[in-house]
Write a protein that binds this ligand. Structure first.
Ligand SMILES: Nc1ncnc2c1ncn2[C@@H]1O[C@H](COP(=O)(O)OP(=O)(O)O)[C@@H](O)[C@H]1O
Ligand SMILES: [Mg+2]
Length: 257
């Protein structure tokens, strides 16, 4: 079954088509990889799916429902959560509090309950803390739970972002370069985490430049260049695709120029 379907999605910035008539589906329970050189339109596409930005034209459907006109919090409530290429944590807040912030979009207690510190609110706070604590354990962040986020390494901060996204109990997780700033051991552990989440039924769309990582975690890969899909298939198929090879060679040449 398709969890997510993009239908001729386009996003213009002035004269630039950052995303140009992109169509593809992400299958339920699978890990889909999104690759492509810098500027290919990967982050723009994630912004469109998560509601941070709206397409100029085209449609995005999640569980058969159109979402391309919904604001980010509504999309999150439907079950889509994300992390950011440029980490967005509250720098001075502890790791645990950063995760709890992610949960409040789903909270049942009202603001009035909170203001009056009613028992319902306190019970909910306790429940959220318990859940946040479990997430720190799962992500190997327990020892940092009371540490301010900005005291952590990049790799650890990326794991806090993933914990915060998971705190909303998503069906679909979007990751924008989650391995950036991680060493090889951290990247391998991240791969194992993603595979175990997928095994539990989470559907994932992941942007990454690290090709061994993409090969490790992805069932299906979509390659972009200049805002368009240039190839899709298994990692083996993608690696052998001349358009993909040319796109990455082009990037190296412009970097060396
Ligand atoms: N808000 C914006 N305004 C203008 N141009 C943008 C904006 N966001 C992205 N772009 C441009 O769109 C293209 C795709 O960017 P992006 O989606 O960030 O690529 P990627 O994530 O694949 O590296 C780039 O040329 C970028 O400069
Ligand atoms: Mg990007």
């Amino acid at each position: 079954m398709n969890m997510l379907a993009l239908k001729r999605v386009t996003r213009h910035f002035g004269g630039l088509a950052a995303v140009n008539e992109i169509s593809f589906e992400a299958e339920s329970g699978q890990v889909t990889g999104l690759i492509g050189p810098n500027g290919a339109g990967k982050t723009t596409l994630l912004n469109l799916i998560s509601g941070l930005d709206q397409p100029t034209s085209g449609e995005i459907h999640f569980l058969s429902q159109p979402i391309h006109k919904l604001p980010p919090h509504k999309i999150n409530q439907l079950g889509i959560a994300r992390t950011y290429q440029n980490i967005r944590l509250f720098a001075e807040m502890t790791v645990l509090d950063n995760i709890i912030v992610g949960m409040h979009t789903q909270g049942k207690a009202s603001l009035l309950d909170a203001a009056l510190m009613l028992p319902g609110y306190r019970a909910e706070e306790k429940r959220l803390r318990e859940q946040a604590l479990q997430l720190t354990q799962r992500l190997g962040l327990e020892k940092f739970k009371d540490t301010p986020a900005d005291a952590l390494s990049y790799g650890d901060q990326r794991r806090v972002e993933i914990a915060r996204a998971l705190a909303t109990h998503p069906k679909f997780l979007l990751l924008d370069e989650p391995a950036a700033g991680m060493n090889d051991a951290e990247t391998a552990r991240l791969g194992e985490l993603i595979l175990s989440l997928a095994k539990e039924g989470l559907t994932v769309l992941v942007i990454e430049h690290d090709m061994p990582f993409i090969a490790q975690v992805c069932d299906h890969v979509v390659a972009l260049n200049f805002g368009e899909v240039i190839a899709r298939g298994t990692m083996d198929e993608i690696k052998a695709n001349p358009l993909v090879v040319a796109a990455y060679l082009g990037e190296e040449e412009s970097a060396n120029a």
